[in-house]
Design a protein around this ligand. Structure first.
Ligand code: SF4
Length: 268
């Protein structure tokens, strides 16, 4: 049993956060090969027609496609190594775009064909996304950060409405919202409890933060990171002791670390 599983306090129907690096790497390789093959076919099939226009045209098109394939393959190899080793040997900001916009949709499709559980791909994606956001090394003013929490984090029997105004929470300690309000006060960062993905997206649109710290289940985090791209999002997987969408939780220390990661060091 690894350390992630030892720490897990989730319900039987939810899955521990444990980014499956092997499966992710295999899917990445599968997607990259598929993409390059598609590029090759895209070149080979119309070659006859292209040569009728100009004899050099197949070579020019082939050169462009080969260069694109090399770039994709290079990015895929570096991201795969990072997924396996847990760190990047070399990092460029466009890797995140490549992962979010190109490889993630392909890997989810390939995972469906190969019957790899989607949650495993999402967990590995979240892990890599967070590494990439940290590697950007950008620091943000607290007023340009936004902490987004799902409504299901609230104690089920709490009668206080916190989705309009989180300050209504009286900090009784029955859920983590009180501690999150304290964190928000300590660092001067806006905290928002969202009733759903659409509301969360609208909040991001209204607040126009420079970076977001988001807590949710793997599926919501993955789609949120995709939708928010290129906005940097540090994604924290929630705890689900009672299953999905019901009195979920978050490790407050993880939220604190995410804040510290994105803010300038004290005295800097
Ligand atoms: S901590 Fe706040 S939101 Fe949670 S149960 Fe208590 S009053 Fe309600």
């Amino acid at each position: 049993m690894n350390s992630n599983e030892e720490k897990w306090t989730g319900s039987p129907e939810s899955v521990p956060y444990n980014p499956g690096r092997g499966a992710f790497a295999a899917l990445m390789a599968f997607s990259a090969v598929g993409l390059i093959l598609a590029g090759f076919l895209f070149w080979v099939i119309p070659t006859i027609g292209l040569s009728n226009i100009h004899p050099m045209l197949p070579y020019v098109t082939g050169g462009i496609l080969a260069a694109g394939s090399l770039v994709l393959a290079g990015g895929a190899i570096l991201i795969t190594i990072a997924a396996i080793k847990g760190k990047f040997l070399f990092y460029s900001p466009w890797f995140r775009g490549l992962l979010v916009k190109v490889f993630l949709p392909l890997m989810i499709m390939a995972g469906g064909i190969l019957r790899i559980p989607r949650i495993k791909i999402e967990q590995a994606f979240i892990d890599l996304n967070n590494q990439m956001v940290k590697l950007m090394g950008r620091k943000f003013k607290p007023e340009k950060l936004l902490i987004l929490m799902p409504h299901c984090i609230q104690f089920d029997n709490c009668k206080i409405k916190v989705t309009r105004n989180v300050r209504n929470c009286v900090g009784c300690g029955k859920c983590e919202i009180g501690e999150l309000v304290s964190l928000s006060d300590e660092f001067g960062i806006t905290l928002y409890i969202s009733t759903g993905g659409t509301v969360a997206r609208r909040k991001v649109y209204e607040e126009r933060p420079d970076a977001v710290i988001a807590v949710a289940c793997e599926r919501d985090l993955t789609s949120g990171v995709q939708d928010a791209y290129p906005l940097p999002v540090l994604a924290i997987v929630n705890k689900r002791p009672r299953g999905y969408c019901m009195e979920t939780g978050v490790a407050i220390e993880e939220v604190r670390q995410a804040i510290v990661e994105l803010m300038p060091a004290v005295g800097a």
